[in-house]
Ligand binder design. Structure first.
Ligand SMILES: Nc1ncnc2c1ncn2[C@@H]1O[C@H](COP(=O)(O)OP(=O)(O)OP(=O)(O)O)[C@@H](O)[C@H]1O
Length: 594
């Protein structure tokens, strides 16, 4: 992998250590709509905690009151009550689990929708900087981590704390000495948990970032697999993937090491405490100040007592992962890279012209100017074509017209109104865009043409005919209802382009923006399409970018771009007579074709 690619796929590091408090406060705000459910959950957890001590109470009574006397006579009500409590405990557990999952899932749904909605408003620039796989991790894994935090971290810690309190209260109420021995372990456990936490948390954060990097790389490689295979780049791809995986593994091994040491240490401490408990009880039993039933009940209870403390580190990790996830999600939600909407949008009317006035633009602030002081008019109903060398800035003009980017200097106007002063959707609604790279959604052919706009069978029929798609539809057994596959893979490149044409015509735009739009179509179909364009361009305004100059000979005005500036403009005949850059381009192409 090259250094630049490596940098692109690196995990997006969060700038600073998270302000935990602020993160938690912000996270909790997502639970606010479900406060009633949360209150019920708290009650259920309190009931669950009270039920925690019941088995020990049962052991104690059964042994001391019945078994110690060598008979189970009269134990019926005790056993009956215990069974009853088990049934109640069962219902409480089910309700608690159900409610917990419901609240968690609802909050996650809200958050996921918010993140997706936020992504939809980001600018093209933002998407060029952030790999798709990484953004997918935000919406899927990171949000899922938050759900884990809610169910296994945050709420579980509250549940554990309630259980611990119930157990400690029970222990002290039964035997202060034994209770002190059991509780005496706590500082030791807490210290070892803290040491573990410090070591593991950094490695854990890194693991998460590395994971997102693998996902981002994988997504890109899978999308471009045919290119990889075509160029025999499998070994290189595998190498790069291996490198990312190795980094993930290294980080992961560090967390595993922490676990490998931590759990035996905790086991050692808890077993030691159990031994101390039995030793202490031995003396007390001899002295007759303790019953066997109480000792067994204590041992039983101490198992429940250690479990939450032991799990604290696990819960902490879940919290840590989730906090890192929330930090990344919030960083994304706080990203404001978007094309700003006008504060007081003006109405948009296109009756006369779209005008570029001294437009200058660079993709990166302070970077190379891709368009330089360019002025031009696209009058309504006219056909303007742009030609020029590769990289001259032709497609960039489309980006500026549709406001995928904003100009650095100068302005773009529609009937005198700056495009920055009108609503984005109004502006973009003016244009119908057909690019060389057509994006097709999975779904049916019809869905791809109508694209969520109101269905109109007559319009669809006319569009099919105009875009020369009718033949294809007639050939397909399911016609318009044919599934086109992911990114339209079941269609040929030319067919995809015809679909893009149909989609654009169905939209009924006022201005057609065509960027190399007929590049993938065979000559015969292209000829037909040119006829369509010609026909619609009598009622619509067209702005065409073309490499094949024969297709734009009839344009009302041709702009010849050179390194971001307009080198020449005029009709085909005028430009040919000028013997300048355009004439040279035409001649070159003519010779090439000959
Ligand atoms: N998103 C981007 N970020 C940075 N630079 C870009 C970006 N898109 C395009 N460029 C650069 O801007 C310049 C103009 O690109 P543009 O796509 O407008 O050229 P073009 O004239 O349409 O070329 P072609 O005929 O090959 O389509 C190119 O040098 C390109 O490298």
């Amino acid at each position: 992998m090259t250094d630049s690619a490596r940098a692109f796929f690196q995990p997006d590091q969060v700038d600073q250590q998270p302000g935990r408090h602020a993160l938690l406060v912000r996270l909790v705000s997502y639970l606010r709509p479900y406060w009633l459910g949360l209150a019920a959950l708290l009650l259920l957890m309190a009931a669950g905690a009270a039920l925690e001590v019941l088995p020990s109470e049962f052991t104690l009574r059964l042994i001391d009151h019945h078994l110690a006397k060598g008979s189970l006579r009269g134990a019926g009500p005790l056993i009956g009550a215990f069974m009853g409590f088990i049934a109640v405990g069962f219902v409480v557990q089910v309700a608690r689990y159900g409610l917990l999952s419901w609240i968690g899932q609802m909050a996650m749904l809200d958050l996921r929708m918010q993140v997706f909605g936020h992504l939809m408003k980001r600018s093209t620039h933002f998407f060029h900087k952030n790999p798709v796989g990484r953004l997918m991790t935000r919406v899927i894994s990171d949000v899922q981590n938050l759900n884990e935090m809610f169910s296994s971290g945050f709420v579980a810690i509250v549940g554990d704390a309630l259980s611990l309190t119930a157990i400690v209260v029970w222990m002290f109420s039964k035997h202060v000495g034994l209770a002190l021995v059991a509780v005496g372990i706590m500082p030791l456990l807490l210290i070892s948990t803290e040491i573990f936490r410090r070591y593991a948390s950094e490695a854990y954060r890194e693991t998460q970032g590395r994971y997102a990097a693998i996902q981002a790389y994988l997504q890109e490689q899978l999308s471009g697999m045919s290119l990889v295979q075509m160029n025999a780049q499998e070994a290189r791809s595998r190498g790069a993937f291996g490198e990312l995986n190795q980094q993930y593994l290294d980080a992961f091994l560090r967390t595993i090491f922490a676990y490998a040491v931590f759990f035996p240490v905790v086991e050692f401490i808890t077993n030691g405490t159990l031994a101390a408990l039995i030793l202490y009880a031995g003396f007390k039993l001899q002295a007759g100040t303790l019953t066997l039933g109480l000792l067994l009940a204590f041992i039983q209870q101490s198992g429940r007592f250690f479990r939450p403390i032991r799990e604290l580190a696990e819960r902490y990790n879940i919290m840590q992962t989730a906090l890192a996830s929330s930090e990344r999600i919030f960083k994304l939600l706080d990203n404001e890279e978007q094309i700003p909407e006008a504060a007081e949008p003006k109405p948009l009317a296109f009756r006369e012209e779209v005008r570029l006035e001294g437009v200058t633009f660079a993709y990166e602030p302070g970077g190379r100017r891709v368009v330089r002081d360019l002025s031009g008019v696209i009058p309504r109903g006219r056909r303007v074509a742009v030609v020029g060398h590769t990289g001259a800035g032709k497609s960039t003009l489309i980006n500026l017209l549709m406001r995928f980017y904003d100009v650095e200097a100068g302005r773009v106007t529609v009937d005198g109104t700056d495009v920055r002063d009108v609503r984005l959707r109004d502006l973009r609604g003016l244009f119908g865009l057909v690019l060389q790279d057509v994006f097709i959604f999975s779904g049916t052919l019809e869905e791809n043409i109508v694209l969520g706009r109101p269905f109109d069978a007559t319009r669809l029929g006319s569009v099919l005919e105009q875009s020369q798609l009718g033949d294809l539809v007639a050939r397909l057994p399911l016609g318009l209802q044919t599934q086109v596959g992911e990114r339209g893979q079941k269609l040929s490149a030319g067919e995809r382009q015809l679909v893009a044409f149909a989609r654009m015509l169905y939209q009924e735009p006022e201005i057609l923006l065509l960027d190399e739009a007929t590049a993938n179509i065979d000559s015969e179909t292209e000829h037909k399409i040119q006829k369509v364009i010609e026909r619609v361009s009598h009622r619509l305004t067209t702005f065409t970018i073309a490499h094949r100059l024969s297709t734009i000979k009839d344009a009302d005005e041709i702009w010849v771009m050179d390194q971001g500036a307009l080198a020449e403009r005029g009709t085909h005949d005028e430009l040919m007579a000028r013997e300048g850059m355009y004439a040279k381009l035409v001649r070159l192409q003519f010779e090439g074709e000959a």
